[in-house]
Design a protein around this ligand. Structure first.
Ligand SMILES: Nc1ncnc2c1ncn2[C@@H]1O[C@H](COP(=O)(O)OP(=O)(O)OP(=O)(O)O)[C@@H](O)[C@H]1O
Ligand SMILES: [Mg+2]
Length: 676
């Protein structure tokens, strides 16, 4: 297979050439990849008249156009660079092409993959986002290694996957940092540039045929940028598969600039230039903005169109403002032959009837394997992250000692009836409530999940299973130690079975709070809002659980039916009370002198705490266990529904706000993720 990744000629050479040579250089580049040469296994991406607007809450008023009628293409074996000043719409264009625009935007225009509106199979495309979302507790080697285990198919042995991971790490020049933790949150780990390269490693490990990269070289020095870009550009030299690479980039050096085949130059969402990178300076020179031979071409191009600082730039015909210069360039490009060529090319590529890519679907690790790897990775993360469980364990132990000493040796006096109730309600209310403390760590975990999910590394079910199984040992630890301290110091009802029940209910409550917070995290965008929301929900549940206001005294409408029965604290209070009072006898306060008058635990439960005695404490525990499953299934459903609803909502919004003349194409999610 021939590779078309021959590097374009230096842009500085072209600077000095005439308009004839400009046309010639355009033709030269075109010749390197004519339509007929588009590899049958490659991906051809075309986009036509793409508009992206933000949707303001009040409808059309106040909405802003981020992209304005962009047209272009990306071919196999070529590297397309998107350049422009900060805020010009580079990331938005990448998001649009990858089908991951945020829901507050509407998009119109047509995006075709190999001439079809089709989804990309898993493993055919990858997206390296502008922000690095990585598990901070893992080392570079672990992060890439786990990623290889998750993404590469089961047909590859563990050893082969490991070798691929090692090779990719070396490719990105990370061998010296291989055993360093990624770090974050005040824990220093690898540098920003190294994080960038870890993110790239994770996405190129499957050798995808379509690669989106958002600022892959930020944080890298010019030499590192060159090597990283060169390795990305020459990925196909290793396996002969021609890749389509679309990257946004801020400040490429001359050498990096020479790696680009095509350049899409944007300014405020408009195309200033689309075409061979080597001909860009020529285009600028023709419009009165010549680049000096010694100047870095990207410096020149960006300086000419950056209006953020409202500098005057020098043109051949006197001086003009940057805004005027941009207008000249934009209109010149619009009326240029080059623009016509791009439209023609897009029309031809769109018509080319390339077969659906499903038959080339790349496999990923099997479901069981993914669950095992995710459980292992999550366990390592939970173990190393102090904020996940260890901090809570310390505070729980301190609280348990406080509780045990305040309520030390309760005995079976009349006064101990109330004390038992207070102690148990504190344990089931406040102690479980504090489980919220692990939320920030979980949110970080979720961010990684969302990135990996969007890139199709694995599915929601595998994540939920991995998270559940990895958290069980830690929740058990956080439960058992404080439970032993509290139970035996305070002298709650003796008996092995009673303690086990107490610990089981506490364990279930903690698992439930974790599950509740998972649901909150999937709905609420950040951890501060998540903590407030989670605390609010739990506060209400504790209030109506049946201790602070007895069940029969709760207002019937809404608070008792249905909320009292929906709140899991109801079953926690009830189960713990039944476990404690059943089988005990307490002397009555005002019994006749000298007579042994007793009140039984059953009577206390029925008359004082108003517990439902028609079922046993085991039913309460069973309900709690059932609720854990229910909450986790709910989390799974929310993620799935959100994913399914996003394109529909986008489509509806486009239909609502778009003018009738415009064709509507809602991008399908190109990252067809495994259903599990
Ligand atoms: N979902 C959104 N809602 C509102 N505004 C948005 C949204 N997405 C992007 N924008 C706006 O669109 C403009 C382009 O954003 P974008 O992130 O694409 O810029 P960029 O070229 O990638 O910038 P940078 O080089 O700094 O990463 C910005 O002004 C940004 O505020
Ligand atoms: Mg960006």
């Amino acid at each position: 297979m021939t590779s078309s990744l021959s590097l374009p000629s230096s842009s500085c050479e072209i600077n000095a050439s005439s308009s004839e040579s400009f046309k010639q250089s355009v033709l030269d580049i075109e010749a390197t990849t004519t339509l007929d040469e588009v590899s049958s296994n490659g991906i051809c991406l075309t986009w036509k008249d793409i508009w992206v607007n933000t949707i303001s809450s009040n409808g059309k008023n106040g909405s802003k156009s981020i992209l304005q009628g962009l047209t272009g293409y990306a071919k196999p074996g070529q590297l397309l660079a998107i350049m422009g000043p900060s805020g010009c719409g580079k990331s938005t264009l990448l998001d649009t092409l990858a089908g991951r625009l945020s829901s507050n935007t509407r998009q119109t225009g047509e995006i075709l993959i190999n001439g079809h509106k089709q989804e990309l199979s898993y493993g055919t495309s990858a997206y390296v986002t502008q922000d690095d979302t990585l598990l901070t507790t893992l080392t570079v080697k672990e992060a890439v290694y786990y990623s290889a285990q998750l993404q590469l198919p089961d047909t590859m042995s563990k050893q082969e996957k490991k070798e691929r991971a090692d090779f990719t790490i070396k490719e990105m020049g990370l061998q010296d940092a291989i055993n360093t933790r990624i770090g974050g949150w005040g824990v220093k780990g690898i540098s920003g540039g190294q994080k960038r390269r870890v993110s790239i490693c994770i996405e190129i490990i499957t050798r995808p045929r379509l690669l989106f990269l958002d600022e892959p070289t930020s944080g890298l020095d010019s030499a590192a940028s060159y090597y990283v870009m060169k390795r990305i550009a020459t990925l196909d030299h290793k396996d002969g598969i021609e890749r389509t690479i679309i990257t946004s980039i801020h400040q490429p050096s001359t050498e990096v600039f020479q790696l680009f085949h095509n350049l899409c130059l944007l300014s405020s969402g408009r195309t200033v230039y689309f075409g061979p990178a080597s001909a860009a300076c020529e285009f600028f020179a023709l419009n009165g903005f010549p680049c000096s031979p010694l100047q870095n071409p990207s410096d020149h191009l960006l300086k000419a169109i950056n209006k953020d600082f409202d500098q005057d730039i020098e043109a051949q015909t006197g001086t003009m403002t940057t805004e005027e210069a941009i207008c000249v360039l934009v209109s010149s490009y619009k009326s240029s032959e080059r623009n016509q060529d791009v439209h023609n090319e897009v029309a031809v590529l769109s018509k080319k009837d390339t077969s659906s890519m499903d038959h080339k679907k790349k496999g990923h690790a099997g479901f069981l394997n993914q669950c095992l790897v995710l459980t292992e990775r999550s366990s390592v993360n939970m173990f190393r992250d102090l904020g996940y469980y260890w901090l809570r364990l310390g505070i729980y132990i301190a609280l348990a000692i406080s509780l045990g000493t305040v309520y030390y040796d309760l005995g079976t006096s009349y006064g101990s009836i109330k004390d038992r109730g207070s102690l148990l309600s504190f344990v089931s209310g406040f102690l479980t409530f504090m489980s919220i403390g692990g939320f920030p760590s979980f949110v970080e975990d979720m961010k990684v999940f969302q990135r990996e999910r969007q890139n199709g590394h694995y599915g929601v079910i595998a994540y939920v299973i991995g998270n559940t199984f990895s958290s069980i040992p830690f929740v058990l630890l956080v439960t058992i130690i404080p439970a032993v301290i509290t139970y035996y110091l305070s002298g709650l009802q003796k008996g092995y079975e009673h303690f086990l029940y107490f610990a089981s209910v506490l364990f279930s409550s903690l698992m439930l709070v974790e599950s509740l917070m998972m649901i909150v995290a999937s709905i609420v965008p950040n951890y501060l809002m998540g903590i407030i929301t989670g605390a609010g929900i739990q506060g209400i549940m504790i209030l109506i659980g049946g201790f602070f206001k007895l069940p029969h005294d709760l207002p019937k409408i809404f608070w008792r039916y249905p909320l009292h029965y929906v709140a899991f604290h109801t079953y926690v209070f009830e189960g713990l009370f039944k476990n404690e009072y059943e089988g005990l006898k307490f002397p009555t306060k005002n019994g006749p002198q000298g007579t042994n008058s007793y009140i039984t635990g059953e009577v206390i439960l029925r008359d004082i705490w108003q517990s439902n005695m028609s079922y046993s404490k085991w039913v309460d525990l069973a309900i709690l266990l059932g609720m854990i499953v229910l909450y986790r299934v709910l989390f799974l459903m929310i993620i799935k529904i959100t994913e399914k609803m996003k394109p529909i909502v986008g489509s509806l919004l486009s239909c609502t706000f778009v003018s009738p003349k415009t064709t509507i194409h809602v991008v399908e999610n190109p990252n067809a993720t495994p259903s599990y």
